[in-house]
Unconditional design. Structure first.
Length: 258
């Protein structure tokens, strides 16, 4: 998501969170507890309440040739790296936040080194892509409206990580089939209550519906920067490709602020 403001004086990053785009990387959903299956919400019709949350398929890079390159505040060659797939990438979302937190001194050089050491030491058999598989049950006959089918069930592994705050903010990992290749693809989502968001004037959005094409504000600061660092750890353990990319980003930031 696009950074709205980098407040270096107060060491804060403000990120715009779309409230009405339900087909992109962010969706507003509702559930009574974190183990429930979240149901998408029509935010233009239903007022925001304490059971609603943001599901964000967060990322850490953009292809330097992408049409979305302007979404990044760090879109230049000097801050690029070569990803596992051979593409030249720029810093975006998580890596932007890490960059600015390091620049502002919110995250130290030692904490960057600790992240590098952690990810480097993840063994191949500790990668989630090598731990989990998608299972399909044995088919059984089932007749529906006079037509016989073979019925089976698919089991997709799902992991939840609490960011040490009583499941207030969680990471969810869903394992799915790769769309353009053979194998599985672990996908990381960050989930947090809409009560974490404010409007552009700093007011709560609870109790009202979303305005047309409205973006709310998520503030990242010293009190929640640990979520950024923890996400890099989790991304590093998703797959061999993710591990490579995360190390490239961390080492790039280390070199910039050495």
């Amino acid at each position: 998501m696009r950074i709205v403001e980098v407040d270096k004086l107060n060491k804060k990053i403000k990120v715009g969170i779309p409230l009405t785009e339900h087909t992109g990387k962010i969706r507003i959903k509702e559930r009574t507890k974190y183990t429930d299956f979240g149901i998408p919400v029509a935010t233009r019709r239903k007022p925001f309440n304490k059971n609603m949350y943001v599901e964000w398929q967060i990322g850490y890079d953009l292809n330097i040739k992408s049409k979305k390159v302007e979404l990044s505040t760090l879109n230049n060659d000097s801050l690029s790296f070569i990803a596992y797939n051979g593409e030249q990438k720029i810093l975006y979302e998580l890596s932007e936040y890490l960059y600015y937190f390091r620049e502002m001194g919110v995250i130290s050089s030692k904490e960057i080194d600790d992240l590098i050491n952690y990810v480097q030491n993840i063994p191949d058999d500790g990668l989630i892509e090598n731990i989990y598989r998608i299972y399909k049950s044995n088919p059984i006959k089932k007749e529906i409206n006079g037509i016989t089918f073979l019925e089976s069930e698919l089991k997709y592994p799902h992991l939840i990580h609490d960011f040490n705050n009583g499941f207030f903010v969680i990471a969810e990992i869903t394992i799915r089939e790769k769309q353009k290749a053979v194998g599985i693809q672990p996908m990381l989502y960050i989930c947090f209550p809409v009560s974490c968001l404010t409007d552009s004037q700093g007011n709560s959005i609870l109790g009202r519906t979303a305005n047309t094409k409205e973006n709310a504000i998520l503030e990242l600061n010293a009190s929640n920067e640990f979520i950024v660092r923890e996400c890099f750890k989790i991304f590093g353990m998703l797959s061999k490709a993710h591990k490579h990319d995360v190390l490239e980003i961390l080492n790039l930031i280390k070199r910039i602020f050495k």
